[in-house]
Structures are given as structure tokens and as C-alpha cells.
Design a protein around this ligand. Sequence first.
Ligand code: ADP
Length: 447
Amino acid sequence: MFDKILIANRGEIALRIHRACREMGIKTVAVHSTADHDAMHVRLADESVCIGPPPARDSYLNKAAIIAAATITNADAIHPGYGFLSENADFAQMVEEHGICFIGPSADHIRMMGDKITAKRAAKEAGLPCVPGSDGPVESEDQALQLAEEMGYPVLIKATAGGGGKGMKHARAPEQLRDAFRLARSEAKAAFGNAEVYMEKYLQHPRHIEIQILADNHGQVVHLGERDCSLQRKHQKVLEEAPSPALNADARARIGRIACDAIRRLGYRNAGTLEFLYEDGEFYFIEMNTRLQVEHPVTEAICGIDIVREQIRIAAGAPLGYAQEDIRFSGHAIECRINAEDPETFAPSPGRIGGFHTPGGLGVRVDSGLYSGYRVPPHYDSMIAKLIVSGGSRNECLMRLRRALGEFVIEGIQTTIPLQNRLVSEPDFINGDYDIHWLERLVSGGK
Ligand code: ADP
């Protein structure tokens, strides 16, 4: 087992990884920008190294500085968390070349899944059903028009290098397609430095269902069930739940089996998530995330497995030590993402935290790096806390969630707690009756 792990991240996920390490008797090294010297992940770690100025490209994305920090502190592994360098194949490769273990899949798998066109090809070959779409990149407006004609409207133009919902534009008719194509390309170029796009059929009322998998180096592959992440704004997840209210036992077993078979064929190892859209009883693969996900705690809550711990054990070469039939699911869990944003306009709201009180009690977990007096810096993602609530049934979970949201106090800045409060009181949500477009309609007043 590792002696010391460097955590190449910040905020709640850096803390989350630190906690798993601490429980495993592994020492931790935090890295931080100059804006984060007083952050909780730095305060709790055994050691810390400043890796650069506030902009992420100079600090949390600075590969050389992070590897140097690992070398000087004698860390034997690096956990990348999510975001930042977690899906950067070159980084994973560099880390390994420096004799440090990268806690995640191989650089080749990250590369394959990071390009959505190669990802879809690999997924198809591994037996996963995919959203109908172009075979490869779409190079011109004319080609887009011709493909859309064959496929039927509406269609979605997506960035090959996509992530975070950027570079995605849909068109309902030919006259919208030229704009959608141009906009998607320019957004993709700005966000990823790569303008390449592809096309998919735009599904009109799907749910986003994803399967968490774990694969060790000894051929064992298991899934930890599904998460329903259909509540999204601008293609970004806002609230996630497990299990999905939309799946029955048969559909669940079927997609779990298909996912594990595909992972085995791909020869993938460590934790990963296969993302699907689910419409009219059919699953369509959209992408694979080759890292830990923000919403992993809802899975942990229903199956009792510490996913970060498993990532570390797998990276150290340990066998999973259990099979699919040993995994027991129980109850229901919901995660609310809480952002430092105006709950109406979604404008960022960084600043100093005044009063701070987290909810507690049975079935309540708060993952957050906040504390009273902490200043939320303006340089990074606005997610500042996750509230994860579990209960014996979905109904119990909902009652508890409303109670817990009511207890949460974050003063000094604006947060999206009021939006979450509103959301969990909506009859459609209470009935589990929503698709990926539902929240967008709610916040734009279209409901
Ligand atoms: P990203 O990597 O940017 O998150 P994804 O491919 O994972 O992109 O898609 C993000 C979200 O965009 C999905 O969860 C879904 O809400 C929406 N989406 C993606 N593909 C389609 C599609 N073909 N039809 C309708 N919505 C889609």
C-alpha cells in the first residue's frame, strides 16, 4: 500500500480524498494556489506545497509543478480528483514516467475516452448501444445539413473534446443548423482549443442514467448500480439520486451486465462511469468518465462501498476481493450540489463566509471545504458544498432532505440552497417524473 498520496485538487474533493487516505493510514500532501493557502484541504493535510498563482492554468493545471511537488515530498501516488488534470492523459503518463502511481485508469484509456468520437467507436465495439449519430467528425455545414436530413431533426452538434456541457448546440430545423454548427465549433475552440464537432440525434425526453463501475488489475469487474442525473441546467448536473426512480429491476440488471461486459472487453481498470441517455426503455451510451465523479457519494450511500478507498486499493494492485453478487444495495440517496451563485440569475457569488452551520443527523452527509471566515475565491468552480441524504425509501430520503436543507446556513454569500429547496418541493420531482429538460423549463419559468 502507498505510504503517501499527493492530492492534485482543491475544495471538497481534495478533502474527500484526504479522508479516505487518513482512514487507510496513508499520509497526504495537499497542493494549492496562492489563493487557497488557508483552504481546509491545506489545513488538514499532513504536508502542503504551493504550486502557483490563482489562475488554474498556472497552479492546479500546472503539470510540472504538481509532479515536482510529489517528487520533493516523496509521494508515491497522485490522486487527481475530478476536473483539473483528472482526465488529462498526458498528465497521467508523465506521472507514471516519473515513477509515481497515477490513481486512475491507464493514460491510453483516458485518451480513448477523452475524445468522444473514439470513445463512441470503442463503446460500440465493446457492445454498448450508442445514440444514433455521425460516424466521425462533421467537417462542414453542408455535411451537417446532409447528415441531419438523413437522421431526422432535431439533432445535436457536440464537441469531440467536450466536457462540462460546453460546445453543445441543438437544431430543430435546417435553418437553425448552420448557426448551431458554427456556435458549437466556436464554443468548442474557446473551451478546449479544438473546434472539431460531431452530430447526434437530439433525444427529446430522456433521462441521464449512469453506471458506476470498479475494475481491478486481476480481471474482476463490478458495477455499483446507477445514478439518475437528469436534473441539469445547461447540461450540468444539479441534483443526483440513486437508484433511479425510472428503472425497474430488469432494466437495472440489464444495463449493469452490459456495462460490466463492455468494461471487461475494454480492459479498463480502476473506477469509471458509463453515461447513458435512457428513453422509452432503451439505453444509449453518450460518454465515459474515466475518473471519480462529483456525485459518487449517492452510490456510496446505497451500497456502503467507499469508492475513493477502492480507487486507491486498485491502484496499489490489490484485488477487489468481492464479486457482483456480494454487493448489496439498500435504501435511497440524493445529492444536492450547492453553488456560490445567485439562485435566480446563477451569477457567481464569491466572498467571505459569515455564519456557517451544516445539517446533521442520521443519513445526512455534507462534503464541503467551507468554514466560517473562509473566503470563497472567485477563480474556481462555484460548487462549494454537497449535501447527501439517504433513507430507507425515496420518500424517507425526500422528507430528510427537506429537513436538512432547512438546517443549512451559509451566510455572507449567495448560494443555490433556495433553488434546491424549491426543486425538492415540486410535485414532478416528488413523483420522480422528470427528464433532462425538466429543470431548464422550471428555472426559465416555462413550467
Ligand atoms: P459533457 O461531457 O459536456 O458533459 P455529455 O455527452 O456527457 O457532455 O452530455 C451532457 C448532457 O447533455 C447529458 O447529460 C444530456 O443532458 C445532454 N445530452 C447529451 N447528448 C444528448 C443527446 N444526444 N440528446 C439530448 N441530450 C443530450
